[in-house]
Design a protein around this ligand. Sequence first.
Ligand code: NAG
Ligand code: NAG
Ligand code: NAG
Ligand code: NAG
Ligand code: NAG
Length: 544
Amino acid sequence: MLLPILALLLVSPALAASADDWSKRSIYQLVTDRFAPSNDSAIPCDTSRRTYCGGSWAGIIDHLDYIQQMGFDAIWISPVAQNADDTAYGAGYHGYWSTNLDALNPHFGTDADLKALSAALHARAMYLMLDVVVNHYAGVPTNTTVSPVNLFTLDYTKLLPLGTQDDFHAQCFIGDSNDQAVLEQCWLGDEKLPLPDVNTEDPKVVGTLNAWIKRIVSEYGADGIRIDTVKHIRRAFWPDFVKSAGVFALGEILTTDPAYTASYLGAVDGVFDYPRYYQTVTAFGSTSGNLSALQASPSLPSMAPPVSAPGRKLLTAAFLENHDQPRFPSYASTDEALTRNAMASVFVGDGMPVLYYGQEQGYAGGADPGNREALWLSGYETNKPMVAHVKALNAARKLAIAKNSAFLNTPATWLQQSNPSALMLSKPPLLTLLTNVGANLSAAQTTWRIPAGMYKVNATLVDVLACEAVVVDGAGEDGVTEVKSEGGMPRVLVSAGMLSRKGDGACPALAGAGGSSGARGTGTGRLARGLAMLGTVVGVVGLL
Ligand SMILES: *[C@@H]1O[C@H](CO)[C@@H](O)[C@H](O)[C@H]1NC(C)=O
Ligand SMILES: *[C@@H]1O[C@H](CO)[C@@H](O)[C@H](O)[C@H]1NC(C)=O
Ligand SMILES: *[C@@H]1O[C@H](CO)[C@@H](O)[C@H](O)[C@H]1NC(C)=O
Ligand SMILES: *[C@@H]1O[C@H](CO)[C@@H](O)[C@H](O)[C@H]1NC(C)=O
Ligand SMILES: *[C@@H]1O[C@H](CO)[C@@H](O)[C@H](O)[C@H]1NC(C)=O
């Protein structure tokens, strides 16, 4: 019995990750064509051309250090299947226009390259998330004459491994319908580039898709899958598909409605928290965003599971940008303070954080295709405040997971603030202070009020973003402790005693009290002050 099991292990290098394992991870989402070319040449990339720029799987391998040093332990790459090359809207460089699920996209490299990427990730104990599209293919019309009866003619034999018209729903476009049957059975796309909708009611088609997902997951050692356009396929299709994949499945359900999103629990293992995305960009997208509206909106992770999935917790992925949405700074003006607050709310709130490549470099491209810039044009610079911000947020989350076993299962709660520009988010052991006051109003400074009794008077907290100490003085009205923002920046507070002498990756200079100073670019005065304060409390057990 031993031999077959060993053989299986050799061909399947996945890390056997469960949903719980994934929930502790931070995911870096990259567009394979735009992350790194194989030879690090500075290939120009005009996003408006909607075609391949030259990124590859081998290129990703060369830059895993860059991703890992920011604290990410999983990557989500573009769909790997062969795509339509020549359409009315350019090429399928993004991966969402499959033509043949059984062939790899040759622009991204070879079968060996993709396996090498998987192995390189696993050697670093990082996870690989494959993006999969089974709702639709891309059909390049062979006849673009539009007539009311037959909009276009497609060569279905080119859409593999299906290959006949019966494997697809009858032609009709979804338009802007909210009708669930139309969403599931009609087509995305338009007359110029129709996206033939797979007949996922047909048992033969279902069998083909289930066999396909099982094969690619095991062949490339995927640790999880991200599923595109989940709401466009009947719910009952998903459980067997996910079971066939045999790994964690995170679903995209594009909606502002938390209840609708939650209704897919059980169909898939986890969902992108799109409702929170919309609330967050509205709240932090400008200095006049309504923070109370964010605070008042229902939180997906605290919602009851649907009757179809009793007792199951809703695992969510939180994000501020992705390949489908304009990058945050493209509408949040260029105010980095707003961006940093929005990012902090994503990373230290509920759900697995997902960072869309390039956000750490301050990329600001607008709607698709502007938001798919080539990362190599940034030079992968790591000595930047935004990169440091990402690192600190990942470190804070990892510290919280290590210090409080209930962290991941305790939904974050808002604490009432009197200042309309201030928000306070409690997810023990983290206390996050957010503001949309913006960098330019820093003279007026936001003041947050930490309620009396939350920490002992004279306890020292550390803001792991600025690496500054904050002493709980209880000196405000009703015993509150007032904390000011500087330059409109957020703060993420932990009890100083939680930072070990070795630092756990958060505020290494502060935590290693008496150790090296100036490790972070936050002004030596502040750092020295923090060090002096911390010197007296190192070893004190956290009070939460
Ligand atoms: C680098 O790779 C690109 C695309 O793969 C290729 O066109 C180019 O010639 C290569 N440059 C060098 C210097 O090898
Ligand atoms: C395209 O389709 C239309 C309507 O079905 C038909 O009249 C026309 O002959 C077709 N054209 C070609 C080039 O096949
Ligand atoms: C902000 O949102 C809250 C909660 O939804 C609402 O009661 C309030 O009227 C809003 N304020 C403004 C100025 O729109
Ligand atoms: C802040 O104000 C300065 C001077 O008015 C202006 O140039 C800059 O664009 C503003 N920055 C933001 C983020 O609004
Ligand atoms: C807090 O520290 C101050 C100054 O060291 C001291 O006077 C005060 O008694 C302390 N309060 C408590 C509750 O420990």
